[in-house]
Ligand binder design. Structure first.
Ligand code: KIV
Length: 264
């Protein structure tokens, strides 16, 4: 069993092999996903919505993410473990250093931050201090009130160019992975082609280097709600382990996400 590392994720991009990723928040699901062969597990601040029942991610704390990161780490042997930096936990570089240290000590191998070029100094400061960083662009849920809702981003030429510029700036600042959420497929393709680091999409079409889904969405747990970009793999397979294997196979083959899960 070879552990997934930042280098093996990079090698996957170079080889044109898709990266598979899911969120998890506890040891049992992390173990199941790990055993099925998911490459990366994110302790997302989506936990505010899917675990805590809040309307958005803004109330999630560093202690919340640290608690769930410790649990996920205990359940994970092979997969790469990333933890979200919650809202306002990286508002200043000093906050970012202190809070990233807490999440790395809890078991994360990388931290994820939402936002564009304004974050470059903070990112390079983290990287200089040996904290690997993942960026997150497009629909950034921590900015839901600025964006006016959970909406597809980058639909007009100016906003699309802004996202391309942000992605390049974040890469130059030192991110080693980028999550791209809810953008048109053509824009996701351009960004994926222009970056040498892996781009993991969610609602960004099947053109990125890999995919991530919130586990509650892909298992159909969120009653009466299924985002357009997700798919209920438990309903399709009738079994938890089969659901995860099916997701992995469909991402690797490029079958998921289909056009019906993507945006133009
Ligand atoms: O918080 C989260 O789960 C995320 C994913 C949707 C990428 O950021």
């Amino acid at each position: 069993m070879k552990k997934v590392t930042v280098s093996s994720l990079l090698a996957k991009k170079a080889a044109g092999e898709k990266i598979t990723s899911l969120t998890a928040y506890d040891a049992s699901f992390a173990k199941l996903f790990d055993e099925q062969g998911v490459d990366a597990i994110l302790i997302g601040d989506s936990l505010g919505m899917v675990l805590q029942g809040q309307d958005d991610t803004l109330n999630v704390t560093v202690d919340d993410i640290a608690y769930h990161t410790r649990a996920v780490r205990r359940g994970t042997q092979r997969a790469f473990v990333l933890a979200d930096m919650p809202f306002m936990s990286y508002a200043s570089a000093q906050d970012a250093y202190k809070n990233a240290a807490t999440l790395m000590a809890a078991g994360a191998s990388m931290v994820k931050v939402e936002g564009g070029a304004w974050l470059c100094d903070t990112i390079s400061g983290l990287v200089e201090r040996s904290v690997p960083v993942c960026g997150h662009l497009g629909l950034t849920p921590q900015s839901v009130h600025v964006l006016g809702g959970f909406k597809v981003q980058g639909r007009d030429a100016q906003k699309a160019q802004q996202l391309i510029d942000d992605a390049r700036a974040l890469e130059a600042a030192g991110i080693q992975l980028l999550v791209l959420e809810c953008v048109p497929t053509s824009l996701a393709k351009t960004i994926t082609e222009q970056l040498s680091i892996p781009v993991i999409g969610i609602g960004a079409g099947n053109v990125t280097d890999g995919q991530i889904l919130v586990m509650h969405d892909m298992l159909g747990v969120s009653a009466n709600y299924m985002p357009k970009f997700s798919k209920n793999y438990l309903a399709e397979t009738g079994d938890l382990r089969a659901a995860v294997s099916c997701y992995i196979e469909q991402v690797q083959s490029g079958e998921f996400p289909g056009q019906e899960h993507s945006f133009e």
